[in-house]
Design a protein around this ligand. Structure first.
Ligand code: DAH
Length: 361
């Protein structure tokens, strides 16, 4: 018996180390440890032994099983590594092959317009800020001077998420305005803020001009001595650069937003060319954005002293900007993912907007 066990161990370990492939190794495993395997057979004999015999043989058989299990695992790792190396060596990709017949993808007009906005506002000293799409009610509403009882909360057709036990429900942000508060917090109440915040927003609404998910860009300036004049100049400069026309005329209409005082809705003038509306001139007006001087309460919620700091803000639908500039008329098509639409309205990846080259060139 003593001799048999030692011999069995030498044989098994020898053939495991010599196993040429994973299949051969599996055959050896079954041979040793499978239901009818050699070691399994030895373990079964323990039941028929006298207690003394079992005391000496038991540990030896178990040690053998352990040694074989370990050897199998070691060899398996080596063989797997070898198989992976062989696979990597055989599956090389020739990057120099021409990509003939592969149609390149295109940049979605919304992405293109976001890049254009970042380019235009970077030139005016604005950084790009972001915030989460799943937002707390405090950031989305309360901090923006919309307390719980405020009717504007109901007007937003908000998507509420299931609340965790004992917590207030989060919302899918209904606008990019909560990034105003986040940007002010990030600046720490002492530094001026100059940001735009483009991103996704959500409202339970759907027709030719509304989709449940849409895009907005928020603008915020916080500094000392900021006036409505700064707001008007900034918007004019932005819209002229965006539509690439000098004859852009703005009309500011008094309006109401809880987070600004005074508030203004901004219309941009259009002309009729062969019966089609073209931005520029003042034959008619199209509403493009909401804006105003940041409300004292909002400045305070952002951690700034409203007696020292003022600011202006604006919010604008990006999808609508894209539609006006590039002539699409159904918003829903933006999110259908139809490759024919994407090929027609999409932009080349190399068509990077620059101010010198024309942001929409
Ligand atoms: N958050 C507003 C909306 O979604 C848009 C807006 C209006 C943003 C005025 C502003 C603002 O920053 O000053 O309808």
């Amino acid at each position: 018996m003593v001799h048999d066990l030692d011999q069995l161990k030498t044989d098994l370990l020898g053939s495991i180390d010599a196993a040429a492939g994973l299949d051969a190794l599996e055959v050896l495993r079954v041979h040793a440890l499978g239901k009818a395997g050699a070691i399994t057979g030895l373990l079964k004999t323990l039941g028929g032994m006298s207690p003394e015999e079992r005391q000496t043989e038991g540990p030896r058989i178990h040690a053998l099983r352990e040694a074989v299990t370990e050897a199998l695992a070691r060899r398996k790792a080596v063989l797997e590594r070898k198989a992976m190396d062989a696979k990597l060596a055989s599956e090389t990709l020739d990057m120099t092959l021409p990509a003939d017949g592969i149609a390149p993808g295109s940049v979605h007009p919304v992405s293109q317009v976001m890049d254009e906005l970042a380019e235009i506002f970077a030139d005016l000293g604005f950084a790009v800020a972001t915030g989460p799409e799943i937002e707390t009610q405090w950031y989305n509403f309360s901090a923006l001077n919309m307390p719980e009882t405020h009717p504007a909360r109901a007007m937003h057709d908000t998507f509420y998420l299931q609340a965790a036990e004992g917590e207030e429900a989060h919302v899918l942000r209904t606008h990019t305005s909560p990034v105003q508060i986040r940007a002010m917090h990030a600046a720490g109440g002492q530094q001026p803020v100059r940001i735009i915040a483009p991103g996704r927003t959500y409202r339970s609404d759907s027709d030719a001009t509304h989709t449940p998910m849409f895009h907005q860009v928020e603008g915020l300036v916080i500094d000392k001595g900021i006036t409505l004049g700064h707001l008007k100049w900034t918007l004019e400069t932005f819209l002229k650069a965006f539509f690439e026309r000098d004859d852009i005329v703005l009309r500011l209409r008094p309006s109401y937003f809880p987070f600004t005082e005074p508030s203004a809705e901004v219309d941009v003038g259009y002309s009729l060319v062969n019966g089609k509306r073209v931005i520029g001139g003042s034959e008619g007006w199209m509403e493009v954005l909401g804006s105003g001087m940041v409300h004292r309460t909002v400045i305070e919620a952002g951690g700034y002293d409203p007696n020292e700091w003022q600011g202006f803000a604006f919010g604008c639908g990006i999808d609508r900007l894209a539609m006006l500039k590039y002539g699409m008329d159904d918003l829903r098509a933006f999110f259908d993912g139809d490759v024919r639409w994407l090929r027609h309205y999409g932009f080349s990846a190399l068509d990077v907007p620059t101010l010198s080259g024309g942001v929409g060139a």
